[in-house]
Design a protein around this ligand. Structure first.
Ligand code: DX5
Ligand code: ZN
Length: 231
């Protein structure tokens, strides 16, 4: 018997927040109903951008009790797993396209007491992560090319969301299917309908308007989409 569907979660991506007022952004999102925070780590090698490292993750950890989802867009996630776990990451998400061995990385993250997320870029097929689906707590499907917030959602990735959902449902592990990139009130519904259960939202939360109202509208879009989902 597959386990119950996981609760739909909204995870604001702090890459889109004002780094000069990060504590306020964290507080506003937490008060506004965020379920977790998503932290985008970029090394300038795996992606053509550099964001932040463990020190910033630790600063966020000190300001919230919500789970921290650390998205490692770096060449060597295995090498840095301990540092990001020590900084307070609850889930360490790494890319199958990285240079670290997936088996060894999954094992190391679990040994550190964190959950594992396995991510794929838009042009990587679902079959690349399928063999590991039974050992991870989250499969993350990128709906933009990693490196920058504020890009346009790529709907071509939706069949991969559906494939991930089906695989996790069959396994009954209760794992999440995350969608990351360009998630807005216009696109979140389609992702939910395809089976996503964890929604990373950057610009749609922090750019313009009230963080609480933005989260409320996103929650509405996600719930509407989930009602259309074919299970
Ligand atoms: C992109 C990052 C995303 C991004 C999301 O490389 O992985 O998490 O910050 O931002 P939006 O929602 O604005 O696309
Ligand atoms: Zn991300």
């Amino acid at each position: 018997m597959p386990s119950a569907e996981p609760r739909l979660r909204l995870a604001p991506s702090l890459l889109s927040a004002d780094f000069g007022a990060l504590g306020e952004a964290v507080r506003a999102a937490e008060t506004g109903g965020a379920d977790a925070f998503h932290l985008d780590v970029m090394d300038g090698h795996f992606v053509p951008n550099i964001s932040f490292g463990p020190a910033l993750v630790a600063a966020v950890r000190a300001r919230t009790r919500l789970p921290l989802d650390v998205h490692l867009m770096i060449d060597e996630p295995l090498r840095y797993a301990e540092a990001f776990r020590t900084a307070g990451g609850d889930t360490l998400v790494f890319h199958i396209e990285s240079r670290s061995d997936p088996e060894a990385t999954i094992r190391a993250v679990h040994q550190l007491g964190a959950a594992v997320g396995l991510a794929i870029r838009p042009d990587t097929p679902f079959s690349a992560v399928e063999p590991f689906a039974d050992r991870v707590e989250q499969l993350l499907v990128m709906s933009v090319h990693p490196g920058f917030s504020g890009q346009k959602f790529l709907p071509d990735v939706l069949p991969k969301v559906a494939a991930a959902r089906q695989r996790l449902a069959a396994l009954g592990t209760g794992g999440y299917v995350s969608i990351d990139g360009g998630v807005t009130t216009e696109t979140a519904g389609a992702a939910a309908a395809a089976g996503a259960s964890f929604f990373v939202c950057g610009n749609s939360v922090f750019t313009g308007g009230s963080v609480g109202e933005n989260l409320h509208r996103l929650r509405g879009a996600v719930e509407e989409g989930a009602r259309r989902a074919v299970r």
